[in-house]
Design a protein around this ligand. Structure first.
Ligand code: ARG
Length: 577
């Protein structure tokens, strides 16, 4: 697929080169003065410096060449040497029609494909899933979906925290209670915090927990069977929660799966001289000359021989390379773990665990704060469970929908719909911020039907759906194959079309930058453009049949682009609200 912007750039590059100027200066961008023009090229200014000529003359020469081209409806030279460009209707319509033909709007063809793993979610078994893990799940899911949409082979791995001290704590506590196995997830959720609390006060208990952890990690049958039971209970509960979040993992692997890879990996690193003893511990030096801040050595084994978070992450890479040979691994984790991943990535490259061309990316996200600016808590000051959060927001949405007197849905439908809208409110509230930034969880703002929110986007889609439904009823049409896009009748319509034409390029750069917030910014402007067009246009009552049909085609295409974006963000659309 050749995107509109690429076509325009090709044309302007050719004009630069026909004038004897460097071709690469012909890059076209979307105008930052939409009041003046749709697109622009600023290459004449750079060209003037290189060629020691007047930028205006350069732009004028290029514009003379462009007059012969059919892709622009107007080309204007503005001081000191800007080229202000408007695209021809014919090109805009043909390029939208090309997009319209393909299921994915033509986005994935021509994009190089990779094998990608996304490591996200990362909950710790036996601890309740709380909102601290919410961001990883929401952002990672969106990254996975974007990668797939572009035709990559993407595998999402939850990478459970299932092998650490928390397991030993639970086992030790069960033994003290003379219980063989925990019976339920709620029992487990009560055991873990009390065992963790006890270990802080009771040194002997802590020793015991460490001992149980050691036994588990060294193949003790009894502890392994308790561990299996804990895993069953936890994973079933996690699956239920992630399903509500519309998050789905391909792999349910965990730290424990990396365990068999640790010993041979460590041995090899020792043999090859990468791992050395330092103050009793086994470490890898990962400092680099360019470091302005010291990057401490990567610890592989503690002095008692125990492995660490770094060790499991390195061994997991050994496993991933062996099983999947990924071209890229993307980790979606709290940004406070930045240093850990710098160490892991450097050690993995240095020791040859991953080939040098494999991309290792850390997408570090900020904290979700409450209105007080501190990490989000329940009203009682505890850690909010994910389920409670979803229930609270759904209840708020339900209340708002009930207040709307015009609503024609049954109570059950309102309840179902409010759940989908709540999910979108939460996800959009999160994803619309640049991931690395902290943000404030503001339920009133997120659930509002106005402004840059999930509900506003869904509402705009519902508006389109309702017009299309009415049209079908009124005109009895089922087959839309003869409905074709037509040249825009108004500037609002043209603006909508231009935004639609930017979809493919937007997705490609959003994925390259691992930036779901760009998709949000895009659908927000698409919503605004659509609503402007809608308010200015009488679609259903238009007497000119051809115009009406053209608009219906435009609405159908707009809805399709919306649906793609909603899906890429892991939100759920609704039919009525
Ligand atoms: N379980 C970890 C935590 O809660 C997150 C895991 C992130 N992924 C990884 N490969 N280290 O902090």
């Amino acid at each position: 697929m050749n995107y509109l912007l690429d076509k325009l750039t090709d044309e302007v590059k050719k004009a630069f080169s026909d004038c004897g100027f460097p071709e690469e200066l012909g890059t076209v961008t979307v105008s930052n003065r939409p009041d003046l023009c749709e697109f622009q090229c600023n290459g004449a200014m750079a060209c003037a410096k290189r060629e020691k000529k007047n930028p205006f003359d350069i732009a004028a020469a290029v514009s003379e060449k462009l007059k012969e081209s059919s892709v622009f409806s107007s080309v204007e030279v503005v001081k000191p040497g800007f080229l202000n460009l408007n695209v021809s209707d014919a090109l805009l319509i043909s390029s939208l029609s090309e997009m319209e033909k393909e299921d994915d709007a033509g986005v994935s063809s021509n994009v190089p494909k990779k094998k990608i793993m996304v490591d996200y979610g990362g909950p710790n078994v036996a601890k309740p899933l709380h909102i601290g893990h919410l961001r990883s799940a929401i952002i990672g899911e969106s990254i996975k979906r974007m990668g797939r949409f572009l035709g990559n082979e993407v595998t999402g791995d939850i990478h459970l925290g299932d092998w650490g001290l928390q397991m030993g704590l639970i086992i030790a506590e069960l033994k003290e209670r003379n219980k063989e196995f925990p019976d339920s997830i709620s029992e487990l959720e009560e055991i873990y915090p009390s065992a963790s609390e006890k270990s802080k006060q009771d040194e002997a208990f802590k020793e015991k927990a460490m001992d149980e952890t050691y036994k588990l990690q060294h193949g003790d049958e009894g502890n392994l069977s308790v561990w299996k039971r804990i895993m069953e209970l936890s994973v079933a509960d996690l699956k239920k929660n992630y399903e509500r979040l519309n998050v789905e993992f391909d792999l349910w692997k965990g730290e424990s799966d990396a365990d068999p890879y640790i010993a041979p990996m460590v041995q090899k690193m020792k043999d090859e001289g990468f791992a050395v003893m330092s103050q009793g511990a086994l470490v890898i030096d990962v400092s680099e000359e360019k470091d302005s801040k010291e990057v401490p050595p990567c610890m592989l084994l503690k002095s008692d021989g125990a492995s660490l978070y770094t060790t499991t992450d390195l061994a997991t890479l050994v496993e991933r390379v062996k099983d999947y040979a990924p071209d890229q691994v993307i980790y979606v984790v709290d940004k406070r773990q930045q240093l850990h991943f710098t160490q892991v990535f450097r050690a993995a490259k240095k020791t040859g665990i991953v080939p040098s061309e494999t991309e290792l990316d850390f997408l570090g996200f900020g904290t979700m704060n409450g209105k007080d600016g501190k990490p989000f808590k329940t009203r009682e000051g505890g850690v909010m469970r994910l389920e409670t959060l979803l229930d609270d927001v759904s209840a708020e949405m339900y209340k708002k929908m009930k207040e709307n007197e015009g609503i024609s849905l049954s109570d059950d439908d309102i309840r179902d719909t409010s759940k989908s809208i709540a999910l979108s409110a939460i996800k959009y509230g999160d994803l619309s911020n640049q991931a690395s930034k902290d943000y404030i969880f503001d339920i009133d703002k997120f659930t509002s039907f106005e402004g840059n929110t999930g509900p506003y986007i869904l509402y705009t889609m519902v508006r389109i759906k309702s017009i299309l439904r009415k049209y079908e009823e009124q005109y009895g049409v089922k087959d839309f194959s003869a409905y074709k896009l037509r040249r825009a009748e108004s500037s609002a319509e043209k603006a909508l079309m231009l935004t639609l034409s930017a979809f493919g390029g937007m997705i490609i750069s959003a994925f390259k930058e691992l930036a779901p917030h760009r998709v949000c910014a895009y659908i927000y402007s698409l919503s605004n453009e659509f609503n402007r067009f809608y308010h200015e246009t009488r679609i259903l009552t238009e007497s000119d049949e051809e115009k009406r049909k053209g608009w219906i085609a435009l609405l159908r295409f707009t809805l399709k682009i919306f649906s793609h974006c909603i899906d890429l963000l892991g939100m759920k659309e609704v039919e009525r609200m």
